[in-house]
Design a protein around this ligand. Structure first.
Ligand code: GLY
Ligand code: MN
Ligand code: MN
Length: 465
C-alpha cells in the first residue's frame, strides 16, 4: 500500500478546505448492496474514499479536520471479528489501520455516532458529499444535533455545510503520476481484450461454431483477457453488438448472432486497481469490410483523428467534439446520408443539427476512477455567456473547460444509420463507433488504448493473421 500518495492527497484536501474557510470533511465509502437473498453484488468501494485512503473494505469513513493541528485524519473501519472473518474474509481493523493507511487515528465503525459529533464540535463548517450517499444528510443532521446538545458545555456547532464532491472533483480531474501509470496499464489490458475478441470472431466464423457465433462468445473473450491480467471488474457493462444492434447506443452483450458481412461493435474495457478504461472498436465479424462499411468507417476514423488533433493544452473540452462533428458532417453530405439539396452545406448542417439523425451523442467525457469521471465541464471562475446546448437550444452557460496536462478524456465519434426513407439503402443498419482514451500532455495528448489497431487495413490484417 503506497501510503504516501494518499497522505499527499489528504494534505491537498486540508489545503483546499483551508482555502475555502476551513472546517471538517466527512466521507463514507460505498455500502454493500444485496443482489438477492444471501447474495450481494460484487463490492466496489466509493471512488472519492479510495482516492484519499486506498482502502477497499466496506463500512469505512474518513474524517479530515482542516483546523486541527495534532489530529487531522480519522478513519473508521470494521473491527476485527474472528467469527465474521471466517465467513467474509480478513478485516484490517482500526489498530493496523493507523500504520497501514497512515491516518492519525482510527476507531471501530461501531463508534461512529459517538465520535463524529466530537470531531464536528468547534469546527466552523462541515463538508460531505451531497446527494451521493442515501441517508447521509440526515445522519449529518443527527450528529449536528448532538453537538448542539453540548453548546452549554462550550461546544460550538458548525455554521455551514458544503459539498465535498466539488472540492474533490477538482483534485481528481487532473491525474497524478500514480494514477496515470494505472490508467496506462488498464488501457493496455483492455486493448488486449479487443485484439482477442477480433481474432476470435474471425477464427470462429472461419472454423464454424455450433449454434453460430454469438455476441456472448466475444464478451467471454474480453472478460477472460481482463481478468487474467488482474483486472477486478469490467469498468462498465460490456457492449457487444452484432449488425443492427450497434445502432442501439446502450445495447448490452446479448445472444445476437454475428454473421459474415456484418459489423460487430464492441464497447468494453476493464477496471484495474480502481481505475477505468473505455474502448470501442467496430470490425467486420469475418475480418473483411464491405465497401459501404469501409466508407463510413473511414469517415468515423477521420473524425476521431480530428478530435485527437484538437486535444491539447489550451483547447477547450468541446473543441474535439466540434472538430469531429465537422468531419462527420462532411462525410454525411459526401455519402448522401444527408442530401446536399435538402440540407445545404457543412455549416448549414452544423447549424440545423440535422446530423443528429446519425450522430446523437458527444465525442467524449472525462475518465478516471469512474468511466464517466467527475470534474466540471465548464471553466471555473468564468462568466456565463450565450451558447447552443447539445440540442441546439440557446442557453446561458460558462465556456467549456480549458484542457490541461493530466486531464484524461475519451475520443469517441460514431455514425449510426437506422433504416429510413431518403437514406441510401447500402448504409442501413450500420453502426460504427471508435473510442480511445487520451491523456492530455504538455504538447498534445497520449492515447492510452492503442494496443488494438484502429486503422481498417490493420484490423483486417490482424483478423487474417
Ligand atoms: N462505455 C461508455 C462510454 O463510452 O461512454
Ligand atoms: Mn466513453
Ligand atoms: Mn465506451
Amino acid at each position: 500500500m503506497q501510503t504516501s500518495i494518499y497522505a499527499k492527497r489528504r494534505a491537498g484536501v486540508v489545503r483546499a478546505l483551508k482555502a475555502a474557510g476551513g472546517g471538517v470533511a466527512v466521507l463514507p465509502t460505498a455500502p454493500e448492496r444485496q443482489r438477492n437473498r444471501d447474495s450481494d453484488f460484487p463490492y466496489r468501494h466509493d471512488s472519492y474514499f479510495y482516492y484519499l485512503t486506498g482502502f477497499t473494505e466496506p463500512d469505512g469513513w474518513l474524517v479530515i479536520q482542516a483546523d486541527h493541528k495534532a489530529v487531522r485524519t480519522t478513519l473508521f473501519c470494521r473491527p476485527r471479528n474472528l467469527e465474521r472473518e471466517i465467513w467474509d474474509g480478513v478485516r484490517l481493523g482500526p489498530k493496523a489501520a493507523v500504520a497501514q493507511l497512515g491516518v492519525d487515528q482510527a476507531f471501530s465503525v461501531e463508534l461512529l455516532d459517538e465520535k463524529i459529533p466530537e470531531l464536528l464540535a468547534n469546527q466552523n463548517a462541515v463538508w460531505f458529499p451531497f446527494a451521493t450517499h442515501k441517508g447521509l444528510e440526515s445522519q449529518v443532521d443527527g450528529w449536528l444535533n448532538k453537538v448542539r446538545g453540548r453548546v452549554r458545555l462550550g461546544a460550538e456547532c458548525p455554521q455551514s455545510q458544503h459539498d465535498l464532491c466539488k472540492l474533490l472533483d477538482e483534485m481528481r480531474l487532473v491525474k497524478d503520476r500514480h494514477e496515470i501509470a494505472i490508467l496506462r496499464r488498464a488501457g493496455a489490458i483492455s486493448a488486449a481484450g479487443h485484439v482477442r475478441a477480433m481474432q476470435t470472431s474471425a477464427a470462429l466464423l472461419r472454423d464454424g461454431v455450433k449454434g453460430g457465433l454469438r455476441e456472448y462468445h466475444l464478451e467471454a473473450e474480453l472478460l477472460h483477457e481482463f481478468r487474467r491480467h488482474g483486472s477486478q471488474f469490467p469498468a462498465y457493462t460490456s457492449i457487444v453488438a452484432a449488425g443492427a444492434n450497434a445502432c442501439i447506443l446502450h445495447y448490452r452483450a446479448g445472444d445476437g448472432e454475428l454473421k459474415p458481412g456484418q459489423l460487430c461493435l464492441i464497447d468494453a474495457a476493464c477496471e484495474l486497481d480502481g481505475y477505468a478504461s473505455d474502448i470501442t472498436r467496430t470490425f467486420p465479424a469475418n475480418g473483411q469490410f464491405t465497401p459501404a462499411q469501409r466508407t463510413l468507417y473511414d469517415i468515423v476514423l477521420a473524425a476521431q483523428q480530428a478530435a485527437i488533433k484538437a486535444t491539447k493544452p489550451g483547447k477547450r473540452f468541446t473543441d474535439p467534439h466540434d472538430a469531429a462533428t465537422r468531419v462527420l458532417v462532411e462525410g454525411m453530405l459526401e455519402t448522401g446520408l444527408l442530401a446536399k439539396a435538402k440540407h445545404g452545406r457543412v455549416d448549414d448542417v452544423l447549424e440545423s443539427g440535422a446530423y443528429r439523425q446519425f450522430y446523437m451523442h458527444r465525442t467524449g467525457h472525462w475518465m478516471g476512477m469512474d468511466v464517466h469521471d467527475c470534474g466540471d465541464y465548464t471553466e471555473p471562475g468564468s462568466k456565463p455567456r450565450e451558447e447552443k446546448d447539445a440540442t441546439g437550444q440557446r442557453v446561458m452557460r460558462k465556456p467549456s473547460r480549458i484542457l490541461k496536462p493530466g486531464m484524461v478524456l475519451t475520443e469517441e465519434p460514431g455514425i449510426y444509420v437506422r433504416p429510413a426513407k431518403n437514406v441510401p439503402r447500402e448504409f442501413w443498419n450500420i453502426g460504427i463507433r471508435i473510442e480511445d482514451d487520451a491523456l492530455v500532455t504538455a504538447s498534445g495528448c497520449e492515447l492510452l488504448t492503442r494496443g488494438v489497431p484502429v486503422d481498417a487495413d490493420e484490423i483486417e490484417a490482424l483478423m487474417r493473421g
